[in-house]
Design a binder for this molecule. Structure first.
Ligand code: ZN
Length: 287
């Protein structure tokens, strides 16, 4: 009987959210007027992604690229160029508006529109990551309803888990703010998407400390990066060193999210959790 980690001390999923212009446009379509801001975001798919693909080939490690449907639609061939290199493309909303900022119907329409884009490009998707990790309480059910097997937006564990839905259970590959390059590198004055530009040496040192702990506790090191941030030269060199050192450790397994999710499904020791919204009586908690 298989285990999700297959005996590795920890499993690493390298994930790249190819957001391009969408997180800025989600703040308002007027930002399309700002050429500098648009160029800051298009750097991701135009410069960051090819550089990342070459790095992954050099290291011979697989990765997962979460792409908003809008980005895939407006850059035909981008998703396919990633799949052709042996990596996974997954659903990252259509518009990159957070589900928590939308009505249930709006979230469903946005979700479905992205499914249609990937279907029209013959990109077979197996998983989903909510825009800004802003999953709603219906998000896991949408993932199951549209035939996907995993989500990667929640923080309820540091190992993979399963979530019961109205349909089949889905696998959750949990994320965390400490394993996201956005909190380290995102700087843009308007819209204000972040105001930090940290040293890549500090960033990879922090990731190393977390991975060392995760190797002790047999966890999932689910690293979330953005090509417009981590694709820059000094940062990608630090990432190269980080991957090299992790490979040298010899006890860590690198996986695409879809392959890990399948291993979780095949692990009989994992049973689905039923997620329940906490009770919040209005006489106790203000809105
Ligand atoms: Zn994103």
């Amino acid at each position: 009987m298989g285990t999700w980690h297959n005996g590795a001390a920890a499993v690493v999923t390298l994930t790249f959210d190819v957001d391009a212009e969408t997180p800025v446009l989600a703040e308002g379509r007027r930002y399309a007027d700002n050429l500098m801001t648009m160029s800051h975001q298009s750097y991701g798919p135009d410069v960051g992604v090819p550089r990342i693909l070459d790095l992954l080939e050099d290291m011979n490690v697989p990765a997962t690229f979460f792409i908003p449907g809008w980005v895939a639609e407006h850059r035909p061939g981008l998703a396919d160029s990633i799949v052709q290199r042996g990596h996974e493309v997954a659903h990252h909303s259509y518009s990159h508006r957070s589900p928590t900022s939308m009505t249930a119907d709006e979230e469903r329409a946005d979700f479905e529109r992205a499914v249609e884009v990937f279907s029209s490009q013959r990109i077979e998707i197996a998983g989903h990551r909510a825009a800004s990790w802003g999953a709603s309480w219906q998000t896991p059910s949408l993932v199951a309803e549209y035939g996907l097997i995993y989500d990667s937006s929640l923080m309820g564990d540091d190992r993979p888990y399963e979530i019961a839905t109205n349909l089949t259970p889905i696998v959750e590959l949990p994320v965390h703010w400490s394993l996201d390059d956005w909190e380290q590198y995102a700087f843009l004055p308007d819209p204000h998407i972040g105001s930090v530009i940290e040293s890549p040496v500090k960033v990879t040192e922090m990731w190393r400390a977390e991975l060392d702990g995760m190797r002790r506790y047999q966890c999932l090191f689910n690293l979330c990066m953005h090509p417009f941030l981590s694709g820059r030269p000094g940062r990608i060199m630090a990432l190269r060193t980080f991957i090299e050192e992790t490979l040298e450790a010899g006890d860590v397994h690198f996986a695409r999210c879809r392959d890990l999710a399948q291993a979780v499904r095949d692990d009989a020791s994992i049973s689905p959790r039923r997620l329940v919204r906490p009770p919040v009586p209005p006489d106790v908690y203000p809105l």
